[in-house]
Design a protein around this ligand. Structure first.
Ligand SMILES: Nc1ncnc2c1ncn2[C@@H]1O[C@H](COP(=O)(O)OP(=O)(O)O)[C@@H](O)[C@H]1O
Ligand SMILES: [Mg+2]
Length: 225
């Protein structure tokens, strides 16, 4: 299968008025759909920076990053973020004033899916992540962290993308909920054909991944291919 993402010798420097921080150096790797990739490494090694480049939030200061064969500087990054790449975080980032169901409907609204259809599909996605329908009308702060993370994954599914990026998605969860999220990330790759890229400190998450990359001082190495 083709590579959905290809990083070619990318570097990234944070630059403020008074100092420069080189966060990434010579990073080359690729990602295919249908696989889970874990990116491990110590705090400060550049994992979140790399993920934010993959998410199209910024562009590399050196090298090239290809998304489906096109260089990231040449594509509409807003459209990329809306249509192809979803991000989930450690702190679940749901919309606090929307219900569970409305959170999952939201990306489909942006894509002008008719409301009735969006609602039906949101039900399907929430069922896929194993949430009981008694929770669909609740606000995010009324459900547990594990449940919120499942809603975040259902919302990512609803965006209909090809790439799921996750930054420490199990960071706030107990081991039981962690296992559920690991299983769902696997489903996203193996059943829904996403390229799933997970930044993690968690051994279990890395063990379950198909490919493991390690980050050390801004450089990426293959830990397990
Ligand atoms: N907004 C920022 N401005 C300046 N330096 C930053 C910023 N964000 C991260 N850094 C620096 O970049 C390096 C990599 O950070 P980060 O990508 O957050 O690592 P990780 O996610 O692995 O902990 C660190 O030295 C960090 O201090
Ligand atoms: Mg980080």
């Amino acid at each position: 299968m083709g590579k959905i993402i290809e990083a070619e010798n990318i570097g990234y420097v944070y630059q403020s008025k008074y100092q420069k921080t080189k966060a990434l150096t010579g990073v080359s790797c690729s990602f295919e759909r249908g696989k889970v990739y874990a990116i491990t490494g110590k705090s400060g090694s550049g994992k979140s920076t790399f993920l934010s480049l993959l998410a199209g939030l910024d562009v590399p200061t050196e090298g090239n990053l290809y998304i489906d064969g096109k260089e990231i500087r040449e594509i509409d990054r807003d459209a990329y973020r809306m249509n192809l790449a979803s991000v989930i975080y450690q702190a679940f980032h749901l919309f606090p004033l929307l219900t569970v169901l409305e959170n999952v409907m939201f990306p489909m609204g942006l894509q002008h899916v008719p409301k009735k259809e969006a609602k039906e599909r949101a039900h399907d996605f929430l069922a896929k992540v194993g949430l009981p329908d008694t929770l669909y009308g609740k606000m995010p702060n009324m459900i547990s962290g594990g449940e919120q993370q499942r809603v975040a994954i259902a919302r990512a599914m609803a965006s209909g993308g090809q790439i799921l990026l996750a930054d420490e998605p199990t960071g706030n969860l107990d081991s039981q909920n962690e296992a559920v999220i690991v299983e769902l990330l696997g489903k996203m790759a193996h059943e829904e054909n996403y390229a799933v890229i997970v930044v993690t400190h968690n051994e279990k998450v890395a063990e379950a991944a198909d490919v493991v990359y390690g980050m050390l001082d801004g450089r990426l190495e293959v830990v397990r291919a």
